[in-house]
Design a protein around this ligand. Structure first.
Ligand SMILES: [Zn+2]
Length: 465
């Protein structure tokens, strides 16, 4: 893979040229070969390692470990060694005379900010001086692919954070269009806006909003130590090599705690996990995240929707797939909220079947902080973040910590409950087919109009084709 990195005023552009034997069909295929990011830093003021790492995070899915990665910019030996030791990539363009980026002292913490619940909760736990960076999707010129995701809510979320006195940079980019099946090429591509501004803002950590379930992979059905997570094992040394150790303040608390943080903190107004809703405060109501939020809001507030309203939401195509997955993503949270619903006197048959599938309520540990996770908060921020976190989630007891490590919901004893759940869904198909069909027709009409407008523009004299 060859990475050509250009930085002109206002824009960093990365061009990917796959090498011999590097298939561009992996991960849904490489549909475009360039990605650009809007920046407010001057050319030649960004450490080359930050630019090279940004480019690698855009190109990662299409890089073969056996094939050397080259770039028009030379990187430091330290970055090359970290890429080799962590993700196992060979970097060919090394500038032996280049010093690696030093971690600024004093520095400022940086956060990759999405506008979702976990991201806002993370910001609420971090020092006031934290700077956030949001990657905003922008369609490249002449792009025909349309998307269901709406960026307005995320933009409004950044506005709210700003109004509350925190600093946010919105970096727009077409990087999500590199892949044929659109989306971020890599989990850590969302760090690129932060990397590009790290020197300007003297950043000394890169933070993410990954909760307990994601950090320890409980969402895959069983515990895995974070030492084996991509944050630490693969990419931790790489970020450290550019002076940005990884910081995950909420790694020890579940989505139940992050929901409580956004319900009680002023910054909570900025939180919306649904990426389909048209506005902040107007989630779509039909996706799995929205259905899960209904349960979380019930568990946090004690107010539950009527049985038929609750079941209609979960009968939708996407939410039902969420409950039928085995294990369920974020299962401990689903388990707790369903038990809470039943304990509050809820009558839904569906929720009863889900409770049978997920087993007992994991609440005793779910509302507390798993202390070993605090290792994922580097100095000098550990004491301050720990203190804020413990005000919402007190430390787990040793027995509760053990319960997290023993977490395992794989097993034969779930087969009957899973079948009962599947039969209920078979007997209760989605009810919203008509409104979905109308929505799709609207989206297609909009895409047709956009295409017509684009081709009309191309016909005008004086406009570049
Ligand atoms: Zn939604």
């Amino acid at each position: 893979m060859h990475l050509d990195i250009g930085h002109r005023p206002g824009c960093v552009e990365i061009t990917l040229t796959p090498g011999h034997g590097e298939p561009d069909t992996r991960r849904g295929g490489l549909a475009r070969h360039t990605a650009s990011f809007s920046v407010t830093v001057a050319p030649r003021s960004v450490h080359p390692d930050l630019l090279v790492l940004s480019a690698v995070l855009c190109a990662r899915p299409w890089v073969r470990r056996q094939t050397t990665v080259t770039s028009n910019l030379g990187a430091s030996r330290a970055l090359a060694e970290a890429l080799r030791a962590g993700p196992g990539l060979r970097l060919g363009s090394v500038d032996a005379g280049l010093e690696p980026r030093a971690r600024p002292e004093p520095g400022v913490p940086g956060l990759c900010f999405s506008g979702g619940t976990d991201s806002v909760a993370t910001l609420a736990m971090m020092p006031e001086a934290t700077r956030s960076y949001h990657l905003l999707r922008r369609a490249p010129e002449g792009e025909r692919r349309a998307t269901m995701f709406d960026t307005r809510a995320a933009r409004e979320s950044c506005d709210v954070v700003r109004r509350l006195g925190r600093r946010v940079d919105v970096v727009d980019s077409d990087v999500e269009y590199l892949r044929e099946s659109m989306g971020f090429p890599h989990d850590f591509t969302t760090a690129v806006p932060l990397l590009l501004h790290a020197d300007r803002d003297r950043l000394d950590v890169v933070a993410w909003g990954a909760p307990l379930e994601a950090t320890y992979r409980l969402q895959r059905g069983h515990y895995r130590d974070f030492a084996d997570s991509p944050f630490i094992a693969e990419w931790g040394p790489v970020f450290a090599a550019v002076g940005l150790p990884v910081c995950v303040p909420i790694a020890g608390v579940s989505e139940l705690v992050t929901s409580e943080i956004v319900h009680t903190h002023a910054l909570g107004l900025a939180a919306q996990s649904c990426v389909r809703g048209p506005r902040l405060g107007s989630p779509c109501g039909r996706c799995a995240k929205c259905a899960r939020k209904t349960l979380l809001a019930g568990a946090v507030s004690g107010q539950w929707p009527a049985t038929d309203v609750l079941e209609r939401q979960w009968r939708g195509a996407e939410p039902r797939g969420h409950l039928l997955a085995d294990p369920i993503k974020v299962e401990p949270v689903v388990a707790h909220t369903v038990h809470r619903y039943l304990a509050d006197g809820g009558h839904s048959t569906l929720m009863g079947l889900v409770a049978d599938k997920v087993g007992p309520d994991p609440l005793p540990w779910l509302a507390r902080s798993y202390e070993p996770a605090l290792e994922l908060v580097p100095e000098p921020y550990r004491a301050e973040i720990t203190d804020r976190l413990h005000r919402v989630a007190p430390p787990m007891s040793p027995a509760q910590e053990q319960a997290v490590r023993d977490y395992d919901v794989r097993g034969e004893d779930r087969v009957a409950a899973q079948q009962a759940l599947a039969s209920w869904f078979d007997a209760h198909p989605p009810q919203e087919r008509w409104s979905r069909m109308r929505g799709r027709a609207r989206r297609e009409a909009r895409a047709r109009m956009r295409r017509a407008r684009d081709s009309a523009r191309r016909l005008l004299p004086g406009t570049p084709a």
